[in-house]
Design a protein around this ligand. Structure first.
Ligand SMILES: C[S@@+](CC[C@H](N)C(=O)[O-])C[C@H]1O[C@@H](n2cnc3c(N)ncnc32)[C@H](O)[C@@H]1O
Length: 378
């Protein structure tokens, strides 16, 4: 039942993060769909494609975590940075990372099979994608989000327990150790960097002076809004444990004179200052609907008349059964929060309307992981 003949390739129209869908034929003639995620290229999308289930696809999906684990292990062991632009034997890689040579040989062969390394004779080199996205020396390094995903795996393995109890499996972000917090926050930076320039260009905040980035994490969006709007200043409000990461990121972009950080717990504290724009990116999914309403009201209360509120979220359709990533993300929140989940477009619009926001609308934008934007005015 293994796929044999490649018959078609359809691609999705999303810059930077390519989702390619390859349709192959199983030996029984049935269609087998494979998806690939590739950053950094232009792409095309086939819409309304139908997922066909057959034994081959069930087996492929059920064992897909093997490939995931190979990627995670290689990033954890920093194989791609060790190899750099060189060609190294397994013996040499094993010496560099202090690991068992026979096991390293198997790992390097699997990475070659996954087209992350190229094997020639007895030596291995990085493919251009691995060099761009998996080597720590690259500005496009995605290792933090990969290590963050790795950290989530133990909880995902217990999804059945969470479904039975309705309770989270892992500790919230505030309770995690420094390394996990770093992978989480710089992982948010990794994701946002893949499409923030495209996203901020879609949102007209020209003439506005001060943006609140509530739960702004490393401040990636505040940075990109400021870079796209020369007269704009921004304040990132987040938990005190985020301060050092946000300040370091802002410094890298030479924006310390325009972006400051305020330690705020948006559930408990008053938000200091007044603003022309409030940007709420990926914070509502961490809370239950009552707390979301509280956060939205607080954000609205610090907006000047005529101010704009913008919510960026993994938005479910109104029947809550798709798109796929937001539906899966809801389960990720079940595993990691007390009441968080992904919200539908109507639910988010409802929160804004209840807080007195007018002209609530969806801004046409779709990120690679199906996040979307809803805005309104006060
Ligand atoms: C998923 S991250 C999103 C980060 C950023 N907005 C982005 O979209 O890349 C959620 C952020 O909310 C922050 N956060 C969580 N609970 C918070 C609270 N009670 N008060 C303030 N910030 C909080 C976290 O520290 C984290 O930076």
């Amino acid at each position: 039942m293994l796929p044999s003949t490649r018959v078609a390739k359809s691609l999705l129209l999303v810059p930077c993060w390519m989702i390619s869908r390859t349709v192959e034929r199983g030996t029984d003639g049935s269609k087998i769909y494979r998806r690939r995620f590739i950053f950094g290229e232009c792409m095309l999308k086939k819409k309304n494609s139908i997922k066909i289930w057959n034994p081959g696809r069930f087996l492929e999906l059920s064992g897909a975590y093997w490939e995931t684990c190979v990627l995670h292990a290689a990033v954890k062991l920093d194989i791609f940075t060790v190899i750099r632009k060189k060609r190294l034997t397994s013996e040499s890689v094993a010496r560099h990372i202090g690991a068992n040579e026979k096991a390293v040989l198997m790992l390097l062969n699997a990475l070659s099979a996954m087209k992350l390394l190229t094997k020639k004779g007895e030596s291995y080199s990085n493919t251009s994608a691995a060099l761009s996205f998996l080597s720590k020396e690259s500005a496009q390094y995605l290792g933090y989000i990969i290590l963050h995903h790795h950290g989530l795996m133990a909880s995902w393995q217990q999804l059945d327990r969470a479904v039975k109890s309705g309770k989270p499996i892992r500790a919230g972000i505030a309770q995690r150790n420094k390394e996990e917090r770093k992978n989480f926050l710089l992982g948010m930076f990794n994701i946002a960097m893949t499409f923030a320039p495209r996203l901020v260009a879609k949102i007209d905040i020209s003439g506005r002076k001060h943006l609140l980035d509530l739960g702004g994490g490393p401040g990636t969006y505040a940075i990109h809004f400021c870079m796209n709007n020369p007269g704009l200043a921004a304040t990132v409000c987040d938990l005190p444990t985020t301060k050092a990461f946000a300040q370091e990121t802002v410094k890298k972009f030479h924006l310390t004179d325009r972006i400051d950080f305020k330690a705020v717990d948006y559930l408990r504290d008053h938000i200091p200052g007044t603003y022309d724009v409030a940007w709420l990116s990926h914070i509502l999914h961490g809370e239950g609907s009552q707390d979301c309403q509280k956060i939205v009201r607080k954000a609205v209360s610090v907006l000047k008349p005529g101010g704009m509120i913008i919510v960026h979220e993994f938005i479910l359709n109104n029947t809550m059964d798709g798109p796929l990533f937001p539906a899966l993300f809801s389960l990720n929140m079940l595993l990691g929060t007390n009441r968080g989940h992904a919200y539908s477009e109507n639910q988010i619009k409802g929160m804004l309307i209840q807080a007195g926001v007018k002209k609530v609308r969806r801004i046409p934008f779709q990120s690679p992981n199906d996040s979307g934007i809803i805005s309104g005015m006060v």
